[in-house]
Each structure stands twice: as structure tokens, then as C-alpha cells.
Write a protein that binds this ligand. Structure first.
Ligand SMILES: [Zn+2]
Length: 235
């Protein structure tokens, strides 16, 4: 099992770790990691792994076969690492911070557009959510102003854990839940933003909404009779 350090502290940028295995294709498995694997619309992190006699850039970070409790670091070149070696991880934090800012901003977007979310994608320049939303709200300028008001308010972003049983018993208390929580691993992580949003999420977020910076609503595209794709950009 790999310890997901980014889950408890997404601001760790370098970390010492031990190689616990190398896949037949050369993928590096570690006892702990700061690299997020592509999941839930958030892309994989970038960065490099160093050791005493070498270094390798990562071309991808993945959950093997959708196994969400494991992470494989895909190397850009051959490396010769073996289980038992000690390595140092270096995260491309400029890129990650932009992803954390946009990811957190999309939580806010899901509050100003109170419709079921059917999909989403997070990038370093912009993000989007797909809503089951037959009509586009009339006053988009007011929605954009609301987003920026929450950014200015620097609302705290915190996490809490509940058991699968608590999740099942209290689902009705989580008013803003948009997606079926990732149950089956014994516990579920909830992300809370001030008193405006609470939803299950396994991604990386900034500490408070002030770190997001000014936001701008982008295009709203029709993607079917009920579906609208809403883009959000850094202003
Ligand atoms: Zn999230």
C-alpha cells in the first residue's frame, strides 16, 4: 500500500520515499508519494524522482487498472531502480498549485449552479463542469460576482473523514452532494468549504478560497437536451 501524502498535506513539494516495487513496464511503486494520479477529472501530477546516482522525469502517474489504493509512477526514460532503494520526490508545484486552485474553484462553481453534475475536467488555465441543466440561468454576471465574493472572503477549505456506514446513514445531511461517494474502502473523505459546500472528494484543494484568485465565467455550451457545459477561467 502506498501512503497518499498529498491527501493530508497537498503542499508537500519534496519527500523521501522507498521503492517497494517496479512493474514489468518500469513503473515505480513507492511506500509513500506526493504525486497525484489522474482521477475524478484532475490530471496526474508532473515531477521527477532522484536518487544517489540518478534521476528520472515522470511522464504520468496512474492508478493501475482503476485500483484507487495503489499508484504507479510512470517514468519518461529507463532508470534501473529496484525495490529497496531510497529516492527523493520532487513535485512540479507551480503546475499542481494551479490545479488545486482550479479544482477548489469548481467546488464553488457547483454551488452557484445548483444542478446535478454529470462530468468535469480540471486544467491549469481553466476548468469545466457539465450540468444536468435544461435552461441557462439568466443573470450570469451575478453568479460570477458571487464566485469572486467567496474568493475575496478567503473561506477555509477543510477535510473530514467518515465511515462508509456514517456516509450511508447521513447522506441526507449532505445537502450539496453531487456524486455518489467513493465507498467500499471503509471510509470516505469529505471536503468542506466554509458553510457553503460539503461533498465527498479525493482531489487536492487549496487551504482557503482566497488562494484561488479572481475568476471569470467562460463559455456555456449546449451538450444535449438537458446538458450544459460551463467553463471557468482564472481572470
Ligand atoms: Zn475536490
Amino acid at each position: 500500500m502506498t501512503t497518499f501524502v498529498f491527501r493530508d498535506d497537498p503542499y508537500v513539494t519534496t519527500l523521501s520515499a522507498n521503492v517497494t516495487g517496479v512493474t514489468p513496464a518500469g513503473g515505480i511503486v513507492l511506500d509513500r508519494t506526493i504525486f497525484y494520479a489522474a482521477s475524478g477529472g484532475q490530471p496526474a501530477d508532473a515531477g521527477r524522482i532522484d536518487w544517489e546516482t540518478g534521476s528520472v522525469m515522470l511522464s504520468d502517474v496512474v492508478h493501475p487498472d482503476g485500483e484507487k489504493t495503489a499508484i504507479v509512477h510512470v517514468p519518461a526514460t529507463e532508470h534501473g531502480l529496484q525495490a529497496g532503494q531510497v529516492v527523493t520526490l520532487h513535485l512540479d508545484f507551480d503546475r499542481r498549485l494551479r490545479l488545486m486552485r482550479m479544482h477548489t474553484a469548481l467546488h464553488l462553481l457547483s454551488v452557484v449552479f445548483p444542478f446535478p453534475v454529470t462530468g468535469g475536467s480540471i486544467g491549469t488555465e481553466k476548468g469545466r463542469l457539465d450540468f444536468d441543466m435544461p435552461e441557462v440561468p439568466a443573470d450570469l454576471a451575478a453568479l460570477e460576482a458571487q464566485l469572486n465574493q467567496w474568493v475575496d472572503a478567503a473561506l477555509p477549505v477543510t477535510t473530514e473523514w467518515i465511515t462508509d456506514e456514517e456516509m450511508a446513514a447521513n447522506a441526507n445531511l449532505i445537502k450539496t452532494m453531487k456524486v455518489k461517494p467513493p465507498m467500499g474502502q471503509g471510509r470516505v473523505r469529505l471536503v468542506r468549504i466554509g458553510d457553503i459546500d460539503l461533498q465527498p472528494c479525493g482531489g487536492t484543494h487549496v487551504r482557503n478560497t482566497g488562494e484561488i484568485g479572481p475568476l471569470k465565467l467562460g463559455k456555456i455550451e449546449k451538450k444535449g437536451a438537458q446538458n450544459r457545459r460551463v467553463s471557468l477561467l482564472f481572470a
